[in-house]
Design a protein around this ligand. Structure first.
Ligand code: C2E
Ligand code: CA
Ligand code: CA
Length: 877
């Protein structure tokens, strides 16, 4: 308390005032508020105006001023808050003159600080994003902040003093409630989530922390509950859980990475796909999964994704923990935060190894031969294209070595397909071992193989061919059998051949190698090129001729050597080429066979020949026997459609089957013996005569002859032409005749041009023949005309046989072996076979003129000798 006089000077102050103001009586005595330099402040921080000092106001108004809160800056600089009352001092009545004022004040600094703190805390509680509720242990609500109002829908005024259980009923489990009570009883806080009902009856999920407030004796005086609405979070959690479940159970490997590619998450499928458990990869760079040659690609992908792009279905390879490569399809996408910035990378990998494996297998299968595992024709076609380009770019030569196994068909036929396959496999293996590193060997089909030699000129290609032929010279052992395979090799080199044409020309060269007697290599050259081109041209022209009826069918008589009558007519094809003139069938038939025209040709010939047979029948020829003989191309003998084609032609012409014969060659039959035999046997059953053409030039195997459905053999004219002068040829003719007789086959000799040949053949017992001696092939009208004229003149047609020279008595040979020769001729005349004769002569102690044992060839030679000398009129020795 301090007292001022009327002028405002302090006249006295008590010790409490001195303490509050922090100044002594002496320091303050006489001080006037206006000039004392005190700084008095309002609670809001403004300075007090000296006119507003309570003492000044009292002095001016004479009224008391009470309850003024002011801060006084003390001499030491600290601020003290005080609440002061100021009363006027007056003289006793009646003057009541104002002579001073007494100011009493209390230090309220501490109270003010507490109030401040309270306000701060209140503001804090209001500012908290959570609902804060304080209640008594009995449940009466003491405090309820703004968030609580928002969350529960109750205003603070509505709930203060009410029981919390009534205001915020919770859907809580019994266990939760017990847990809560126990925790609070022990003075501990408890956290749990449960559903809470709002004022409007709706509920929300609240995460609540209840904390007891304890007094100094540890009794609970209040409970403070802080609650958060976690409905959204729960939903998000739910979604997250669901998502994680999906990620975890996904069959695709899902790998999370941060921006620099460090692995941060790893699902079970990733574990399975890559083989690493989670703890071995988390924190490591994802590049550990990429094989070295895919690292650049991976880096590019990561930088793409960092830039916000998604890389979809990238098919690439990754490495399994074991080091094995796995094929994967990757989708790599950026992971963004709520603001859209890329904060991570997620990669989904699907194992496509099986798919790729299958694809590779399919590709391999499409480009490789199943039997030998070698690349196939398609592969070599592709490869050749690439090689052609490279060769052109580098100006380097390129060669194709094409080889075709000689007589592979025989191996197949004689030893079976399995053996054939084994041989092919072994050949493939030898080729693999033979070729130079960089070269490609492929199976071209059937028994054809190809070696593509890059940077190889003619000399190099020939060396390859030599090595190949050498490798194949060693016999191949299959099932205790030694099998010899030779090969004919065709080589084409670019330049000069166009790279794209290499295969075609190597093929032509290979054919030439075959034609020149097999087991050799031929390099394609100009001359061959010309033949190849000519053939190409010829085949085009032939196709056209077939379409436009540019071919003709002529007929050559087959003569019965017993009486000179017409036994049949062989149909021979003639082609009058618009620019080349007459093209002989020897030239165009092989071309037709090579270019796939042979079946069209045969069809055409069959139809024409059957029509001709019809006409002959109509003219009274071949009424009971005799036929038109039709040549069937070697390519078509085993054709399963042949029977149908023949039937069709025969039926279209309305002729009996026996009115035609089919001439087939051994080569044709042997291409596919079983099938050919079946086809021919069927035709034979229908009544068609089957003749084996050009006999003596092919296998001429007796074993086969017996099995073939053939009724006649035709002795090739190459033997006939020389048999008069060449004893070897004559011997062959004798053997063939002998053979035919022994297996009961009909015989026709071809190409008889001289009476000498005729005489010889008749003596040898040949039954039928054809040749220029009678007539070449003629158009059908001429044949019919000749027959008619022959009728008129009584000479017949073909001409009657030359009258046989009067049979001279054959004198016996006058040498030591003459008995033997007599015996030989005797046996021969009786029709004994050559081997039977040889055996008989040997048994009886006879030797050949050279003093050796007889065998079929020497018997044949001797017969031929004897017959010839007697035919030419020279005396027998
Ligand atoms: P091929 O079946 O051996 O026919 C007999 C060949 O000998 C015919 O030749 C014929 O004109 C000829 N020739 C006949 N008599 C004599 C003779 O006394 N001396 C000589 N030096 N030759 C004679 P062509 O007509 O040139 O036929 C040659 C080959 O062409 C035939 O041989 C046959 O394999 C084939 N060919 C002919 N026509 C056809 C046909 O219509 N279809 C088929 N697929 N091939 C045919
Ligand atoms: Ca013929
Ligand atoms: Ca012939």
């Amino acid at each position: 308390m301090l007292v001022r006089d009327a002028a405002g000077s302090i006249v006295s102050l008590n010790p409490a005032a001195q303490r509050i103001l922090g100044a002594t009586k002496e320091q303050l005595s006489g001080a006037v508020p206006a000039d004392d330099g005190w700084r008095l402040v309002h609670p809001d921080g403004r300075l007090f105006d000296s006119a507003d000092y309570p003492g000044t106001v009292v002095a001016r108004t004479g009224e008391a001023v009470e309850g003024v809160l002011m801060g006084v800056q003390r001499v030491d600089g600290s601020l003290v808050w005080m609440e002061c009352n100021c009363h006027p001092l007056r003289t006793p009545a009646p003057e009541e003159a104002l002579f001073g004022a007494v100011t009493s004040f209390r230090d309220v600094t501490a109270r003010r600080a507490a109030e401040e703190a309270n306000r701060f805390q209140a503001a804090l509680l209001e500012a908290v994003g959570q609902a804060v509720i304080a209640s008594q242990p009995t449940g009466e609500i003491l405090y309820w902040n703004r968030q609580a109002e928002a969350m529960y829908g109750w205003a603070a005024g509505e709930v203060l003093g009410r029981n919390i259980v009534d205001v915020t009923p919770a859907v809580q489990s019994v266990e939760q409630a017990e847990e809560l009570m126990r925790a609070l009883g022990e003075g501990q806080s408890w956290t749990g989530d449960f559903l809470v009902r709002r004022r409007d009856g709706s509920t929300f999920a609240a995460l609540v922390t209840d904390t007891p407030v304890l007094d100094h004796e540890g009794r609970v005086t209040a409970i403070i509950g802080v609650s958060t609405d976690i409905t959204e979070r729960l939903q998000a959690d739910d979604a997250m859980r669901r998502l994680s479940a999906i990620v975890a159970s996904s069959g695709d490997a899902i790998v999370g990475k941060d921006l620099d590619g460090t692995i941060v998450s790893w699902n079970r499928a990733a574990e399975q796909l890559y083989g690493y458990p989670e703890d071995e990869v988390i924190g490591r760079g994802v590049s550990m999964l990429a094989p070295p040659d895919r690292r650049d690609e991976l880096a590019a992908v990561l930088s793409d994704v960092r830039a916000g792009r998604t890389v979809t279905r990238l098919e690439t390879q990754r490495r399994h923990r074991t080091g094995a490569l796995i094929d994967v399809a990757l989708t790599v996408s950026p992971v963004r935060d709520a603001y859209g910035s890329v904060i991570g990378i997620s990669a989904i990998a699907r194992d496509i190894s099986d798919l790729c494996e299958m694809q590779r297998a399919l590709e391999h299968q499409a480009l490789h031969d199943a039997l030998t595992g070698l690349p196939n024709r398609r592969f070599i076609d592709q490869r050749l294209q690439q090689a052609a380009e490279t060769s052109r770019r580098h100006d380097a030569p390129l060669a194709i070595v094409l080889l075709d196994l000689d007589n592979f068909k025989n191996i197949n036929d004689a030893a079976g397909h399995q053996t054939g396959d084994a041989v092919l496999v072994e050949v493939a293996q030898r080729l693999r071992e033979t070729i130079r590193p960089g070269d490609t060997v492929a199976r071209f089909g059937g028994d054809e193989f190809v070696v593509l030699c890059e940077r190889a000129d003619e000399a190099a290609a020939l060396r390859v061919a030599d090595r190949v032929l050498e490798a194949l010279a060693e016999p191949i052992e299959v099932d205790d059998r030694s099998i010899y395979v030779g090969a004919s090799v065709g080589i084409a080199v670019s330049p000069p051949v166009e790279a794209e044409e290499l295969l075609r020309f190597a093929d032509a060269a290979m054919y030439d190698a075959k034609a020149r007697g097999r087991a050799r290599a031929v390099v394609f050259d100009k001359a061959l090129a010309q033949t190849a081109d000519e053939r190409w041209q010829l085949s085009n022209d032939l196709r056209q001729a077939l379409e436009e009826d540019g071919l003709e069918l002529w007929f050559q008589p087959i003569v019965d050597l017993a009486n000179g009558e017409l036994l049949g007519l062989e149909a021979l094809c003639r082609w009058n080429h618009p620019t080349l003139g007459m093209v002989p069938p020897d030239r165009f038939v092989p071309v037709a066979e090579e270019t796939g025209l042979s079946s069209a040709l045969d069809k055409w010939v069959l139809r024409q020949a059957c029509a001709a047979a019809r006409e002959l029948l109509d003219n009274g020829l071949f009424a009971e026997k005799g036929h038109v003989a039709i040549n069937i191309s070697a390519r078509n003998v085993a054709d399963l459609e042949l029977e149908a084609i023949v039937r069709e032609a025969v039926e279209a012409a309305g002729i009996p089957f026996r009115a035609i014969a089919l001439e087939v060659t051994e080569t044709g039959v042997m291409a596919e013996p079983e099938q050919a035999c079946e086809v021919l046997a069927n035709l034979q059953k229908l009544g068609v005569t089957i003749s084996l053409d050009d006999f003596g030039t092919g296998y001429s195997s007796l074993t086969y002859l017996r099995r073939l459905p053939v009724s006649t053999i035709k002795i090739d004219r190459s033997f006939i032409s020389d048999m008069v002068t060449d004893p070897d040829d004559l011997a062959i003719v004798v053997s063939i005749i002998d053979l035919a007789k022994s297996v009961n086959l009909g015989l026709i000799a071809e190409g008889i041009e001289s009476t000498e040949q005729l005489t010889l053949l008749r003596r040898l017992g040949c039954e039928a023949a054809q040749g220029w001696l009678w007539s070449g092939a003629l158009p059908l009208e001429e044949v019919l005309g000749n027959v008619a004229v022959g009728h008129e003149t009584g000479n017949g047609w073909p001409q009657a046989l030359p009258t046989d020279a009067p049979r001279r008595r054959r004198r016996e040979p006058g040498v030591t072996t003459e008995h033997g020769l007599t015996r030989l001729l005797q046996l021969h005349r009786e029709g004994a076979s050559l081997t039977t004769i040889a055996a008989a002569l040997n048994r009886d102690g006879f030797r050949t003129p050279r003093g050796q044992r007889w065998h079929s060839v020497s018997v044949a030679r001797t017969v031929a000798d004897l017959v010839q000398s007697s035919a030419s009129g020279t005396a027998a020795r």
